[in-house]
Design a protein around this ligand. Structure first.
Ligand code: FE
Length: 368
């Protein structure tokens, strides 16, 4: 409650008295409506602005725009998009309860959980969302939902005789001097290391990470696409990177630099070994309803639209990601990677291990 509201209340009530009296007079002058008639049950007109919603997104507007147009065409609800490149939690904190944000869209489970922990989201109860998105890919009480999956895979020299791989294998001596990867502190790797901690504990993960470090062909740096570049350049034979970059590289024009990087590799989806239901590590893009959403119903309607088969396919294809809902049509390049068996670890558990993962990266000097 805002300061001063208590002391001003009596004044408001006095001011409203004449309005009340006038209303009573008007009601008395109107013809009486028989109980149960249509007129008595006609809903009140919708307040102005209710056919809109405000979307705060950290994702490139080009990725989401076609979907939003589809949503508006289907529902008549207009979407006002605010692109927030950095500092979404800070913006929401500054706006407080007057924030116009209805839907928050971002990447990385950690970012979504940070929004929940800071109190910027609210629970959503929707049978549509619960049916579309598996429980381990959404927050407790519907505080957030995954919309697409970003699997972290093995890029391997396309001529390498290798069809299966476990993340644990990265530390095997046979790969000495053959592994490329970006900084251990990058959120994509922190997420993977956090999952390793959840599966095997800190001590075993530390041993593994030291083994991976010993196998590096070059410093842990650059981006995910540079893993493909350096495989083409003969610097390394394998590396870990996100699958969607392969979709991007392989869809570049024939003969372009990035197309050559993409064509030099094959994708193998590793799994965690020695664990029950160990699958491929995924991170996500997802969305939540904002805590003070002025148009909450419209916000939920948008989320429900985003998990429809059509929207899921469009959204995943826009960045060559994997749909969060199963059975949805895939991009052709993504399809060529074969089936995705998602690691069964709940994403919330993985996010809780991020700090320990970061400390481990420093402790083993992974980036040095
Ligand atoms: Fe990325």
């Amino acid at each position: 409650m805002r300061a001063g509201s208590d002391s001003t209340r009596p004044l408001f009530e006095i001011a409203r008295l004449p309005v009340l009296l006038l209303s009573l007079l008007l009601v008395a002058c109107q013809p009486s409506i028989p109980a149960g008639s249509d007129a008595a049950t006609t809903p009140a007109p919708e307040p102005a602005g209710s056919r809109e919603l405000n979307l705060y997104t950290t994702r490139e507007p080009g990725l989401v725009q076609p979907l939003l147009e589809g949503f508006t065409a289907e529902t008549g609800i207009k979407v006002n998009t605010v692109f927030v490149r950095d500092g979404l939690p800070e913006k929401l904190r500054a706006e407080g309860e007057r924030s116009p944000a209805d839907v928050l869209m971002t990447v990385d489970t950690g970012n979504l959980i940070d929004l929940v922990d800071a109190g910027h989201t609210q629970p959503v109860a929707s049978t549509v969302l619960d049916a579309a998105i598996p429980a381990h890919l959404r927050g407790a009480d519907g505080q957030w939902f995954a919309l697409s999956l970003r699997d972290r895979v093995l890029y391997a020299d396309k001529d390498l005789a290798l069809d299966g791989f476990a993340y644990e294998d990265l530390a095997k001596p046979e790969w000495k001097g053959k592994v490329c990867i970006r900084s251990g502190q990058h959120p994509y790797n922190i997420s993977l290391i956090a999952a390793m901690i959840a599966h095997h504990g800190v001590a075993e993960t530390e041993t593994w990470l030291r083994g991976v470090k010993a196998n590096l062909a070059r410093a842990a740096a650059g981006g995910d696409r540079e893993v493909a570049r350096d495989i083409l350049g003969g610097i390394c034979q394998i590396g870990i990177a996100n699958a969607y970059y392969v979709g991007r590289m392989k869809n570049e024009p024939e003969g372009s630099e990035q197309r050559q990087w993409g064509d030099a590799i094959k994708v193998i989806r590793p799994v965690f070994s020695g664990v029950e239901n160990g699958g491929t590590h995924v991170n996500i893009s997802g969305a939540a309803v904002a805590r003070y959403a002025p148009n909450k119903d419209n916000a939920v309607t948008l989320l429900e639209y985003l998990v429809s088969d059509e929207a899921q396919s469009l959204y995943a294809k826009a960045n060559y990601e994997y749909p969060a809902k199963s059975g949805v049509e895939l991009d052709a390049v993504v399809q060529s990677f074969g089936p995705l068996k998602i690691d069964s670890l709940p994403l919330t558990e993985l996010a809780a291990n991020r700090k320990q993962a970061s400390e481990l990266v420093d402790r083993v000097g992974f980036d040095n």
